[in-house]
Design a protein around this ligand. Structure first.
Ligand code: IMP
Length: 458
């Protein structure tokens, strides 16, 4: 009798700020070290971007390991499925020669985002700046279960059992919700077509992932949204509707937590946020928040700012709001799916430390370190970082020497600018865990791994 194969393990990767920290590029970078990349929360509200030689790949529901053909992909029961968005993502990938047959598995316990959810989210979610994908109403219905004598939540397994009945119920409920004369019949037709694309990937095996791990598979759970947007631990109502903390990976990802190994956090050297809600270190404060909300409402974004502002001139103004606009332009801080301008702020070390504690993070990747070069164009020529609690008496802005864009290495062997090295060393001590890698630009080759030397190990 041969020796039993050793079981595998799972790591969990989460964003530590307000979403859009560049999680997908870190997953893409780490993917070859895993057998399965799995999603456990959220739905088509996520916008995950990976820079490839043939352009940016934008993913919403398919896990970010998709570019590595040997890696399997799993969408766990904690996710909600937008059928049409998922079908078009599958088609978009197929058009690029990436076929998912045999690679993608979707739990049949995933809840279905219904047209009624999208209509309700567009009506009620605008005040808090949701992505409008029906995510909140879908999770709410899953908990509500019934309204009057009718079921209000459906999982993919309901569609598999009796799709005609489920489509009929969804149509009736959508018609009752719709105040704007939307073409519900056309919406339902689109959903039916999308279901034929998605259906072959759906499994009723509740232990599909467990079986793989028992057979030795190494899993990377990929969080969507981020710790600060957790439905309970974020600041209500400006949160998403699922749990974003890594412990939830073992509920929404369909794996017993005994296989857990470590937690990887992803943060950005400047912070940003889309939609409303607290952003204590926002450059330009309430003015920035109001400006970004109005721009999102009017559909103004990247192109409009590029046409009307010179970022270097803005940086010379010594005005926080202007600095924020310039950083947004230089760091390309616009929503992946929506193109909305993101609100931009200074690195908030107290927030980061708290998120690391709450999430139990073991190591961190810090993206967008190149964007700090913008501060070389300010009159102070230094990089401001907020330490201590923002908005409180303990808040301090520390200033680190700036470095220019020309100092950012373009080849892997060249050293980091000493100013950045000093900042990273200070940060690793401040957060109490090692920095494993830094992003020096969006491309794959611009991810720099840090050796566990004194420089980044507290
Ligand atoms: P919802 O998740 O669409 O309900 O939106 C709730 C809040 O979470 C809004 O402020 C959204 O902008 C934010 N949000 C949702 N998904 C993402 C994401 O992938 N990145 C950044 N923010 C997100």
């Amino acid at each position: 009798m041969g020796a039993a194969k050793e079981a595998g393990y799972a790591d969990v990767l989460v964003g530590l700020q307000y979403g859009d920290e560049g999680k997908a590029r870190v997953v893409d970078h780490l993917a070859t070290g895993y057998d399965v990349i799995a999603r456990f929360n959220g739905g088509a509200n996520a916008g995950h971007t990976i820079a490839t030689p043939s352009g940016a790949l934008r993913l919403r529901q398919v896990p970010s390991g998709v570019l590595h053909p040997g890696v399997a992909l799993y969408i766990g029961s904690g996710c909600v499925i937008g059928l049409q968005q998922l079908a078009s993502e599958i088609a978009m990938l197929a058009a690029q020669g990436i076929r998912l047959d045999g690679r993608l598995t979707i739990s049949d316990r995933c809840a279905l985002v219904q047209p009624r959810h999208v209509l309700a989210d567009r009506r009620d979610g605008a005040r808090i700046g949701t992505t409008g994908n029906g995510i909140g109403p879908c999770y709410a219905d899953l908990a509500a279960r019934m309204r009057g004598a009718e079921r209000v939540a459906f999982q993919l397994r309901d569609l598999r059992c009796d799709e005609d009945r489920v489509f009929e119920l969804m149509t009736r409920q959508a018609m009752r919700t719709d105040d704007d004369g939307n073409d519900i019949a056309a919406m339902m037709d689109g959903m039916r077509r999308a279901w034929t694309v998605v259906r072959p990937f759906v499994t009723d095996d509740a232990v599909a992932l467990l079986r793989r791990v028992e057979g030795g598979a190494r899993v990377l759970f990929e969080g969507a949204q981020s710790v600060m947007l957790d439905v309970v631990h974020g600041v209500q109502p400006w949160v998403t509707s699922s749990h974003t903390l890594p412990a939830y990976a073992y509920v929404g990802g369909d794996l017993p937590c005994r296989y857990h190994r470590k937690i990887i956090g992803v943060a950005k050297a400047i912070v940003s946020r889309v939609g409303s809600g607290p952003l204590p270190t926002e450059l330009g404060g309430q003015r920035s928040e109001a400006y970004c909300a109005a721009a999102a409402h009017a559909g103004r974004g990247r192109a409009d700012e590029a046409a009307s502002h010179d970022p270097l001139a803005l940086l010379a103004e010594a005005d926080a709001f202007a600095t924020g606009v310039a950083l947004r332009m230089l760091a390309n801080e616009y929503g992946t799916g929506t193109g909305r301008p993101r609100r931009v702020g200074l690195l908030d070390v107290a927030q980061l430390r708290l998120a690391i504690q709450q999430a139990g993070v073991d190591e961190v990747y810090l993206n967008k370190c190149d964007s700090l070069a913008a501060f070389a164009h300010t009159s102070e020529r230094c990089i401001p970082v907020v330490a201590g609690e923002a908005g409180c008496a303990g808040q301090r802005v520390l200033r680190f020497p700036a470095f220019g864009a020309e100092a950012i290495p373009t080849d892997a062997g060249a050293p980091l600018p000493p100013q950045l090295g000093a900042l990273l060393e200070w940060l690793a001590h401040a957060i109490g865990i090692p920095l494993r890698g830094v992003g020096l630009g969006p491309e794959r080759a611009q991810m720099r791994l840090l050796e566990p030397t004194q420089q980044n190990t507290p």
